[in-house]
Design a protein around this ligand. Structure first.
Ligand code: SF4
Ligand code: SF4
Length: 355
């Protein structure tokens, strides 16, 4: 079935203020947020970007969305999850501090930030799915308690997924640490001996009693380990590593199964927004210098995450006159869309409605 994807076109470097006003008009005229009922707790999920990256979605869009949701009677909050790798977004304290530095705070967005996966990224909710890889996927726990979702993504290239937009934001961005670990890694975590202080925190938190201390060094019994990622979350000395060795195809399929699980929490209660401005070769997690790879295209909105990513990709490739692999990383990038089709999740067929 062909799904509607709304497209607000932009000229290159059009101001965020103007685009945001157009997005507000689109939401109102097409009643796209009318699924939000009185008192619906509404998660507004985005990505706060990295300090030296300029591509992320600016706070004013979130502010407008928050106000619109409140006007409908909903109760919105801004949310994110911790990263698997160590950095300034790997737990709630550093992540919220980082978000505030990036300009996302109550004053600029009108919403509090509440991390969906708790203080250390380990708050987990298992969602049963009919996948081909998983029978259940691990989503940040808070999402299971919300009534509605608005997910705002910045379209970028990505080193392993080829491109990152709504499916990637849903699958990886909404997963708990356990879910992220399962998507990325082909093996269980290991201890970096030279970093381990023998503090024993991981031993205390491991739910499987898979870690022991030997001569003040942690040792993981891979037979007992279930790959929950708790030790990654709790080690304060960066002494636990994962291999991140999933292939492009595996990673994209894993992401799609998690995205499908996440969407199943919000039947008919979600809206997805892709921002196709400041599109860069690498995702917003990469902290190096920002480089735009194509003139701005605008903003796309849909209730179908697969149709939305397919339409976004289609517009980019049409404008560039080449494939996304030629534009960004030369790796397969369509697995995520084709695999969604295989699972019967969403639709790659779309009707583009220019606004
Ligand atoms: S928490 Fe980290 S530093 Fe402490 S024992 Fe475990 S691996 Fe070593
Ligand atoms: S991943 Fe989980 S089960 Fe495995 S060692 Fe770490 S805490 Fe224990």
């Amino acid at each position: 079935m062909s799904e509607k994807v709304y497209w607000i076109s932009a000229y290159d470097n059009e101001s965020d203020e103007l685009l945001c006003a157009k997005l507000k008009n689109l939401l109102a005229s097409e009643n796209l947020l009318d699924y939000i009922a009185d008192q619906d707790i509404t998660a507004v999920k985005t990505h706060f970007g990295e300090s030296q990256k300029l591509g992320y979605v600016r706070p004013l869009y979130l502010k407008m969305l928050g106000e619109t949701i409140k006007d409908l009677g909903g109760v919105p909050f801004l949310t994110e999850t911790s990263t698997l790798y160590k950095g300034n977004r790997s737990d709630a304290i550093s992540h919220i501090t980082h978000a505030q530095i990036q300009g996302f705070d109550c004053a600029s967005t009108g919403m509090p930030i509440i991390m969906a996966d708790g203080l250390f990224g380990d708050q987990d909710h298992a969602v049963p799915i009919k996948g081909k890889i998983y029978s259940a996927v691990h989503i940040a726990a808070l999402f299971a308690k919300c009534n509605a979702l608005v997910l705002v993504s910045h379209f970028t290239g990505h080193l392993a997924a080829g491109f990152g937009a709504t499916l990637k934001n849903l699958g990886m961005g909404c997963a708990s640490r356990k879910g992220k670990l399962r998507q990325h890694s082909t093996s269980k975590p290991e201890i970096i001996v030279k970093e381990c202080t023998g503090c024993g925190t991981c031993v205390e938190w491991c739910p499987q009693e898979a870690i022991t201390l030997n001569d003040d060094l942690a040792l993981i019994d891979s037979e007992k380990c279930i790959g929950c990622g708790e030790c990654l979350a709790m080690c304060r000395f960066n002494a636990v590593k994962y291999n991140g060795g999933a292939t492009y195809e595996d990673l994209q399929k894993n992401v799609v199964e998690h995205a499908m699980g996440m969407c199943s929490l919000f039947p008919d209660k979600s809206l997805f927004v892709n921002v196709l401005t400041r599109i860069s070769k690498d995702c917003d997690c990469m902290g190096h210098t920002f480089e735009k790879i194509i003139p701005d295209i605008g903003i796309l909105v849909s209730q179908d995450p697969v149709a939305l990513d397919a339409a976004s990709l289609g517009l980019i490739e049409e404008k560039a006159g080449k494939s996304f692999a030629q534009l960004a990383h030369d790796i397969p990038y369509r697995f995520q869309l084709d695999y969604a089709d295989e699972l019967g999740f969403g639709s790659q067929e779309y009707e583009l409605v220019k606004f």
